[in-house]
Design a binder for this molecule. Structure first.
Ligand code: FAD
Ligand code: 2HG
Ligand code: ZN
Length: 477
């Protein structure tokens, strides 16, 4: 039982829902209160199709004041709120849970209208973006100002600033720039009380007590609803080289990574996948393979800078003495996009096979090769007829363990893999978060004291359990 369970919201009679509809309509306007089940449906199921449930309504506030009004209305009706951005999350945190008789259906608060993007401050190299701004639009605005927003991920056209703050999104460039947390200078957010905290000044130095913005980063919509963020930008590096290397296995990929880390400037991505994943992507996308020969493992590395990094990349590659059939290098944009597609298209290719069990985990880098062997065995034992696809951000020790085959509600394989990760001193969530998918395994990665502290924070900021119940903590024990 968690610390705020005693405050769980209870279902209210239908008249309460009618009052709530009227109240929400007065806050955001009738056109932004969506009650038609067909219109609500896309907001009620997650990207993987594994998680979802019914909502009472979907509301689309257009300003911070409207978000606060929605929160107050839901609080007084005792109806929970699920904040939702681009709905690309992979742990079921942005959609309602299954219907329950002891809990009212929630309101989904979509940030799709919070799309204000301020002019880039080139002196400070910062920008303020509304929570609903998609990543690709933010990246384009930064590039137009001669700068770069350094977090990048394949869902860039849909994933939003608010969702990325809430999940502390990682992605392809963590090894150079850090995750979303590193880019966040401050947030504006609405608390469960309806109060607004606004930390958008962009002050780089400001030691005046608790860092509330960073508390919200990674809180997965359980502490506050982010309405905007002040974000750090970095230099735009147009000189770029991408190499795809075929290798005998994970250990060799780690050896090459160690050499590249010390020898090339501007290393910003090091991604790993395996032959079965490559075959799946090629079949799904109708692509020819990248190399003349098949290899057990593939490493994609990218360097970027103000000065062309390709010469130092070629120098190191020639010292590695890899066979020609193990190396593809691209110095032009279209060739680079072609090489990246083999890595980036894994997620969609896996989803085309069925509903995946996604286990996004980090291991100490020194144990990644050992983990790869162990996890293949654990999955084969726990789900003998399943298909396992492994890939990930090897530069961060982060592997994405995807298992297709077991029923979406069957958690046997999830349990076996997450216990293996904990036994090997890894984390059960590297970058996607805990959401509804992993809340019952949170204790494998956090101590009892840490969990109690986290619950105390939740209780202090959201005593009624209004925001995202069932996400991060298992509210139903
Ligand atoms: P949603 O899915 O809408 O929500 C995610 C969580 O954030 C939920 O708990 C939700 O309640 C909460 N939330 C959303 N908006 C707010 C808000 N304004 N205030 C408070 N809480 C909020 N993730 C990575 O880290 N790295 C990757 O490389 C990566 N690649 C991906 C590739 C694909 C093809 C896909 C489909 C997903 C990928 N993801 C990746 C996962 C996903 O894109 C990220 O988790 C992203 O940050 C989610 O953003 P979103 O706007 O879609 O959030
Ligand atoms: C990626 O790295 C994303 O491409 C998605 O984090 C991972 O599909 C997955 O498991
Ligand atoms: Zn990832």
């Amino acid at each position: 039982m968690d610390g705020f369970g005693k405050h769980c919201l209870m279902p209210r009679p239908d008249t309460a829902s009618e009052d709530l509809v009227a109240e929400l309509t007065s806050v955001v306007g009738a056109v932004h209160v969506l009650s038609d089940p067909e219109v609500r449906a896309p907001f009620e199921q997650d990207w993987t199709r594994r998680f979802g449930g019914p909502s009472l309504l979907v509301v689309r506030p257009g300003s911070t004041a409207e978000v606060a009004g929605v929160v107050r209305a839901c609080a007084s009706a005792q109806v929970p709120i699920i904040p939702q951005g681009g709905n690309t999350g992979l742990v079921g945190g942005g959609v309602p849970g299954p219907a329950r008789s002891d809990t009212p259906a929630p309101v989904v608060l979509s940030t799709s209208r919070l799309t204000h993007l301020e002019r880039v401050d080139r002196v400070a190299a910062q920008v303020t973006a509304g929570a609903g701004v998609p990543l690709a639009r933010l990246q384009a605005a930064a590039a137009e100002a001669g700068l770069n927003f350094p977090v990048d991920l394949a869902a860039r056209d849909s994933a939003t600033v608010g969702g990325m703050v809430a999940t502390n999104a990682g992605g392809l460039h963590v090894l150079r720039y850090g995750s979303m947390r590193t880019q966040v200078l401050g947030v504006e957010a609405v608390l469960a009380s309806g109060e607004v905290i606004s930390r958008l000044s962009g002050l780089v130095k400001d030691n005046t007590g608790y860092e509330l913005s960073q508390l919200v980063v990674g809180s997965e919509g359980t502490l506050a609803i982010v309405t905007a963020a002040r974000l750090r930008l970095v230099p735009r590096h147009d000189e770029r080289v991408v190499a795809l290397l075929g290798l005998p296995g994970t250990a060799e990929a780690l050896d090459v990574l160690a050499i590249l880390r010390g020898r090339v400037e501007g290393l910003q991505a090091a991604e790993l996948f395996y032959q079965d994943g490559l075959e799946l992507v090629c079949a799904h996308g109708g692509l020819a393979g990248p190399l003349a020969l098949a290899w057990p493992a593939y490493l994609v590395v990218e360097c970027a800078g103000l000065v062309d990094p390709s010469e130092s990349m070629f120098e190191v590659l020639s010292e590695l003495e890899l066979p020609d059939a193990a190396t593809a290098v691209a110095t032009d944009a279209s060739g680079q996009a072609r090489l990246w597609a083999y890595r980036e298209r894994h997620t969609e290719a896996i989803s085309a096979l069925g509903v995946p069990h996604k286990l996004d985990v980090t291991l100490p880098q020194s144990r990644l090769a050992e983990f790869e062997v162990a996890v293949r065995k654990v999955v084969a034992d726990a789900a003998p007829d399943s298909r396992l696809v492994l890939f990930g951000h090897v530069g961060d020790g982060n592997l994405h363990v995807n298992v297709v085959g077991p029923d979406p509600d069957d958690e046997t394989v999830d349990d076996a893999v997450l216990r293996l990760v904990a036994d090997m001193h890894g984390s059960i969530s590297a970058e996607h978060g805990v959401g509804r998918a992993k809340n019952r395994w949170l204790h494998l990665s956090r101590s009892q004291s840490e969990l109690a502290t986290m619950r105390a924070v939740k209780s202090a900021l959201d005593p009624e359990g209004l925001l995202n119940p069932g996400v991060l903590f298992d509210t139903h024990g």
